[in-house]
Design a protein around this ligand. Structure first.
Ligand code: NAD
Length: 452
């Protein structure tokens, strides 16, 4: 079976490479010709564990290629997968589906009889039907199927997720679409990954509902962290204990500077907009979006309070990617927190193990450092924004010697407060104000208004 992937970004590239590893012939195309040229030369372009090896192996085996010739690649394909972007539309938060529809129009003249067009992009209910209409209008008489196959891979563990998914969701419209999609994922049957075969609309909705739920979970624990700070609690203990309940689960209960990245912010906004459009308001997610957007301001205030005055201070930021093990900085907290600190008069030096090249395009007046210690040189404070493993075991003595001040603001809670205090730092983290609240504050079982 021949596959053509339209869009060779994070999802298109990872899934194209992984489908070639399953043994299919895959051609990835992209309108970005520079990108295609670099991929043809074997440059991996994104930072994903294991991707370079799989890409080299399958290119060498002749199963994986990259092309600028969309028409030629589509004409040969039994299955055409759309993995183009669906960013937020400015103003109303709706998903901008124009890239998906443009791709539908672009492929239509070249599709062969019997082709199956699969949308991997995250799209709102009704989009696959619209893609079907577009192609049918462009090619009356063409016999083709459409299928929805939302992608659930996580950046930073994308290859692993693609190869060992929790489930594969497939929305179909007809029998042939279902048969071809089952064949596409047959290599996973040995791993017993459940296939959820359903309607186009259910498949589209599942992706938004899943991401919205996870974003809500993150937002929930962030608000619990705020309460922990007020009562002198420890959100790590609270999160661990509630996560041990199987009905809740431990994942996505890590407090921090709010969710970011290329999916949660835009998908929650689109979910809210879709609910409103269909007259089924999604108030929980509406609130999660609002709370998450306000969180950056809260984090900046937390840093400013710890610094006492931000004006003239030198700050070292560790971590720019929106999460570890990726170089993606789309809607990363760093892109909002760093400019806010600069606006308040601080100078910023930054380090990230993988994302500095991408962050350079988004941030101004930052001094880029090739190690966390170089970033900390002369700094009044070190701010940890991404929980890279490389930051989990810093040489604290070396860090202290490099710094001018003693303040560490750890927005990912990767260190223990007691250990950091023992090492001589003033340590500020999220939701762990243990010991800071006096017993008197809890008189009558409630913290009094005048409390600390
Ligand atoms: P991306 O921006 O990295 O890649 C999209 C690519 O499509 C770009 O390289 C762009 O040049 C190309 N493109 C756009 N229009 C094209 C056209 N007409 N023909 C050929 N190429 C075209 O985006 P991404 O992060 O890979 O996301 C793609 C989709 O997958 C989105 O809907 C996203 O929500 C969804 N998704 C992303 C992730 C993730 O972790 N990044 C995970 C699951 C789902």
């Amino acid at each position: 079976m021949k596959l053509t992937m339209i869009g060779a970004g994070y999802v298109g590239l990872v899934s194209g490479v992984c489908f070639s590893e399953y043994g299919f012939d895959v051609t990835c195309v992209d309108v970005d010709t520079d990108r295609i040229g670099r991929l043809q030369r074997g440059e991996v372009l994104i930072y994903e564990a294991g991707l370079d090896e799989l890409m080299a192996r399958n290119m060498q085996a002749g199963r994986l290629s990259f092309s600028e010739d969309i028409g030629g690649a589509v004409a040969e394909a039994d299955v055409v997968l759309l993995a183009v972007g669906t960013p937020s539309r400015r103003g109303d938060g709706e998903a901008d589906l124009s890239y998906v529809y443009a791709a539908g129009r672009q492929i239509a003249p070249h599709l062969k009889q019997g082709a199956v067009v699969v949308t991997k992009s995250t799209v709102v209910p009704g989009t696959n039907r619209q893609v079907r209409r577009i192609i049918a209008e462009e090619r009356p008489g063409l016999d083709f199927s459409v299928a929805s196959n939302p992608e659930f891979l996580r950046e930073g563990a994308a290859v692993e997720d693609f190869m060992h998914p929790n489930r594969v969701v497939i929305g179909v419209h007809d029998q042939r679409g279902e048969e071809v999609m089952r064949a596409l994922y047959r290599p996973l049957s040995l791993r017993e990954a459940p296939l959820v075969i359903t309607t186009l609309e259910n498949a589209e909705l599942i992706k938004y509902a899943a991401n919205s739920f996870l974003a809500m979970k993150v937002t929930f624990i962030n608000e619990v962290a705020d309460l922990c700070e007020q009562i002198g609690g420890d959100v790590q203990v609270v999160a661990q204990a509630i996560g041990l309940d199987n009905r809740i689960g431990a994942k996505f209960l890590h407090p921090g500077p709010g969710y970011g990245g290329s999916c949660f912010p835009k998908d929650t906004r689109a979910f809210v907009a879709t609910g409103n459009r269909f007259g089924a308001r999604q108030r929980l997610i509406e609130t999660a979006v609002e709370v998450n957007e306000a969180r950056i301001g809260t984090m900046v205030r937390k840093i400013a309070e710890a610094l006492e005055t931000t004006e003239g201070k030198s700050v070292a930021v560790l971590g720019l990617a929106f999460k570890p093990n990726t170089d993606d900085v789309r809607e990363a907290p760093s892109l909002a927190i760093i400019p806010a600190l600069q606006a308040a008069g601080a100078t910023v030096r930054a380090h990230d193990p993988a994302a500095m090249e991408r962050a350079r395009n988004e941030l101004e007046d930052v001094e880029w450092s090739d190690s966390p210690y170089a970033a900390a040189e002369g700094a009044d404070a070190v701010i940890i924004l991404t929980e890279w493993n490389a930051y989990r075991a810093l040489d604290l003595e070396r860090l202290k010697t490099a710094m001018a001040g003693r303040l560490i603001v750890d927005l990912r809670n990767i260190y223990k407060p007691q250990e950091m205090q023992a090492a001589g730092f003033t340590y500020v983290s999220v939701g762990r104000a243990v010991g800071r609240v006096a017993e008197a504050d809890f008189a009558h079982g409630r913290r009094q208004e005048s409390g600390a």
